[in-house]
Design a protein around this ligand. Structure first.
Ligand code: NDP
Ligand code: 8X3
Length: 250
């Protein structure tokens, strides 16, 4: 039977590549983000392959999240796969120089937003005794690096939530796992450095970073394992990367 995936942060980077990969493999899509022009373009492109519905909401707004899920058209209302991907870093400062608005954004989007979407979708999965949730964490959820403080805290929270979901949903038939990437070249650093393109590009200079397609390919692998196989927690880095701070740059 054709499955339906709900992907947050589908307008760019890892989420967009995952949407394309899923469409090529016949998975119907509910694509979420705030940039309507990009949602429209994706619907136009991927709608040639599968059924696509788009949702425009800010993941920080819990009422908007719940309403978007509640009002899904019938043909998209059964969510088989949830990709909790929307998120970003905002700023990169020492804790003493950190901007509290950046801290709010990272905790509200990466942690609370992920929880709001999960809260809106998990009950139907439990009721049906099936479903698969992939939480997009980060190597920043496995270690802390200089000036990473609150972003790392948000991704450590995703790591804990991923474990907590798997524990609490054990026995319900719902699979839960995380994919934790290292350095992937997306709009991530443009957002982190607030549009400073030189600074953003510099992050990926001198080595071959991961492409969002690499992560999409892995996510598709994870969600296509047989039902008795759950990939619980997966870390993937570029070959040139050994840790958040050790990258072989030439
Ligand atoms: P991008 O900036 O390319 O994509 C981020 C996506 O999140 C966009 O589609 C954006 O959509 C969406 N988003 C951001 N804020 C909100 C919001 N308030 N409400 C709704 N949607 C929002 O970055 P990536 O693809 O790299 O990031 C995706 C995930 O991967 C994030 O969770 C990130 O932390 C994680 N990650 C990234 C790594 C990297 O090196 N790139 C490494 C490890 C993890 P829109 O602006 O349209 O709302
Ligand atoms: C993104 C990877 O190293 O920029 O989560 O924090 S890193």
């Amino acid at each position: 039977m054709t499955k339906t995936a709900f992907i947050t942060g589908a307008t760019s980077g890892i989420g967009k590549s995952t949407a394309i990969q899923f469409a090529l493999n016949g998975i119907n899509l509910v694509l979420c983000g705030r940039r309507q022009d990009r949602l429209d373009a994706l619907k136009e492109e991927l709608g040639k392959e599968v059924q696509v519905h788009t949702l425009n909401f800010d993941i920080r707004n819990k009422e908007a999240v719940q309403e978007a899920v509640d009002l899904l058209p019938k043909e998209f209302s059964q969510i088989d796969i949830l990709i909790n991907n929307a998120g970003n870093a905002h700023g990169m400062d020492t804790i003493q120089d950190g901007n509290v608005d950046d801290w709010d954004a990272m905790l509200d989007i990466n942690v609370k937003g992920l929880l709001y979407v999960s809260k809106a979708i998990i009950p139907q999965m439990v009721a049906r005794k099936s479903g698969h949730i992939i939480n997009i964490g980060s190597t920043a959820g496995k270690e802390v690096y200089p000036k990473g403080n609150v972003y790392c805290a948000s991704k450590h929270a995703v790591d804990a939530i991923n474990q907590g979901m798997r524990i609490d949903l054990n026995g319900t038939g719902v699979r839960v796992g995380a994919v934790n990437p290292g350095l992937v070249e997306t709009e991530f650093s443009n957002v982190r450095f607030k549009g400073d393109e030189d600074r953003a590009e510099n992050v990926y200079k001198g080595f071959q970073p991961l492409k969002p397609e690499d992560i999409a390919d892995i996510i598709h692998f994870v969600i296509t394992r047989p039902y008795h196989v759950n990939i619980a927690d997966l870390v993937v880095m570029p070959t040139a990367q050994a840790s958040s701070t050790i990258v072989d740059k030439n």
